[in-house]
Design a protein around this ligand. Structure first.
Ligand SMILES: C[S@@+](CC[C@H](N)C(=O)[O-])C[C@H]1O[C@@H](n2cnc3c(N)ncnc32)[C@H](O)[C@@H]1O
Length: 227
């Protein structure tokens, strides 16, 4: 599939290079300076994505696509959802399992978020997990998710700001390696055009940008086209 080259770089990065940094960032442990602003921004983004879904998710089947260490999966389950959390980085999935309170209804899987074997969902969230894919890869992934999601797909993408890209390239945020994935900045118009070109049915909406230090990210929803 088109996105597999990027996927193997993402897996290598999160499963090996950046695991410790990611574990610390997503924990309650104190972090300094830049990372504290990133954590604060990501906390706000988690709330923004939750705000794109119904407040009461009782009984809803929700996929946390690229769940990382599971923070959003936990919030979804607290709102009553039956959550499947999937991530290509097995080490992060293990951390998510260890962090999740036992009474919550969350099933974690290590694998590709595009795997049809995960089944059908009422809603999908993908927080900062589609940020490494180019327009065409993104359109394909949204198309695959759309085909098995009845309701909202809520996700984030980095906007086209020079500062964000420069910071990422010089590696201030996380350890880097040659095989690290690079974030791809997106404009809503180009994403919408890529979705049309890939014949993905539905409607893309921008749901707000969060800027917090070096965390800059835009929330989007994709909804089924109404007849
Ligand atoms: C920046 S982290 C965000 C993790 C989590 N959503 C959060 O906000 O804390 C991106 C995550 O997406 C995962 N990811 C990216 N592409 C994926 C794919 N195709 N299938 C499964 N996981 C993927 C990575 O392994 C990584 O854990």
């Amino acid at each position: 599939m088109r996105h597999h080259g990027t996927l193997s770089r993402v897996e290598h990065y999160f499963d090996r290079t950046a695991t410790k940094a990611w574990e610390a960032l997503t924990s309650d442990a104190p972090v300094s300076g830049i990372r504290a602003t990133v954590r604060a921004g990501r906390d706000r983004m988690r709330e923004t994505l939750l705000g794109c879904l119904p407040a009461d998710l009782t009984g809803a089947r929700v996929l946390d696509a690229g769940c990382g260490t599971g923070a959003l999966a936990v919030e979804l389950a607290r709102r009553g959802a039956q959550v499947v959390g999937v991530d290509i980085a097995e080490t992060l999935v293990e951390i998510a399992r260890a962090r999740t309170p036992q009474h919550l209804d969350i099933t974690y899987r290590a694998g590709d978020l595009a795997d049809p074997a995960l089944g059908r969902f009422d809603h999908v969230v993908a927080m900062d997990s589609l940020i490494y894919y180019d327009d065409a890869e993104l359109a394909q992934l949204i198309g695959l998710l759309r085909a098995r999601t009845a309701g909202t797909i809520a996700f984030t993408l980095p906007p086209r700001t020079p500062l964000l890209m420069a910071m990422w390239r010089i590696g201030k945020l996380f350890p880097r390696a040659d095989r690290s994935p690079t974030m791809v900045p997106h404009s809503p118009a180009r994403v919408a055009a890529a979705l049309r070109a890939a014949r993905v049915p539905g409607c893309l909406s921008e749901r707000g940008r969060i800027t917090s230090g070096f965390y800059i990210s835009t929330a989007f929803t994709h909804q089924e086209a109404r007849a």
